[in-house]
Design a binder for this molecule. Sequence first.
Ligand code: AMP
Length: 398
Amino acid sequence: MSEHVLVINAGSSSLKYSLIDAGSGKAAGSGLVERIGEAEGRHLHRGPDGETSTDGKIDTHEDALRAALDAFETHGPSLDAVEVAAVGHRVVHGGSRFADPVLIDDELIDAVTALVPLAPLHNPANLEGMRVARRLFPELPQVAVFDTAFHQTLEPAAYTYAVPLAWRDDHDIRRYGFHGTSHAFVSAESARFLGRDPAGLNVIVLHLGNGCSAAAIRGGVSVDTSMGMTPLEGLVMGSRSGDLDPAIHAHLVRELGWTVEEVDHALNFDSGLKGLAGGNDFRELSTRVEAGDPVAQLAFDVYCHRIKKYVGAYYAVLGTVDAIVFTAGVGQNGADVRAASLGGLERLGIRIDAQRNDAAADGSRLVSADDSPVAVLVIPTNEEWQIAREALAVVGGS
Ligand code: AMP
């Protein structure tokens, strides 16, 4: 029987879990506990017999994980029957210290705690997930897989901000990049799809989900990426602004009397597509664009223009590009975004095939023309599988 890993992604008020068959990447069971600590929580569990949903108050992350274990027991698959080899945790920020997944022990917990100032919105919840899982599964090895790790290969020229040395030396201010598990998975899958050796392939990956990031990957190694010290930098996202003039921050503080927390919150949660058009769901945005809504059209144009700028920038960074790969919710489904972002780049050897691009399909596929020197691909991401494989490699599984 192939080995299974329980993958846990703990957010501030949610806990996502998947029991992954590390051989096939298939989820034997999975679920999401939402609104932890709120008046009414919700637990969705998917097992062999389909989906079950339970509403009710869920006070803590420990209660959430206990609810998940109960659901595995009641609705399957039984965790005893599948023999879980490890627990893999998604951890957002590993700073400069972690370029690889790491077995979780007290020292690792302390190290991730020390990184909280770099990721105050994410690392505390990830830590809580690790603590709770260690209490509930004391017998299982647990592994932290960092979202930043894949980008630790960036050269200083790519990761250094042009700010005073003391900021960089004393406060770890530099670019780290995120979505690393997705970029690693998708770039490796694109090599497999094209039947090429990853070591000889230059790829631009566009991860367009609720969070969005681009990465320039040379021979399987990340050389640049759009997110920075935090996930706020880069592309336009669901509710994050992406790139903007840092002076806007000071302007808001001076002109509106906002606190630093208010500015930070607004740029992370009220900006991006939500700020531009009032909502962060791309499906709704596309429907509005089709209906001729000019507000939605501007949001769409800003979103795609930013992607195109990064494609051009990363083309220059890489020198030659073999493939441009779209992934995540919008990247996999948004034919309109793919067409608009890469339109007009024929002189760069990028030619989308409209019929292939528009065809409704799941799975990995080519959407460029046969005579396009640069292959344009859609590759579904599978961060859980990547985490499972990396966790298993750490604990010595196959
Ligand atoms: P993710 O973070 O990868 O789950 O992606 C979430 C984003 O993908 C949301 O903006 C969704 O609206 C968008 N999305 C999901 N399905 C579709 C679809 N069929 N067409 C366009 N966007 C989609």
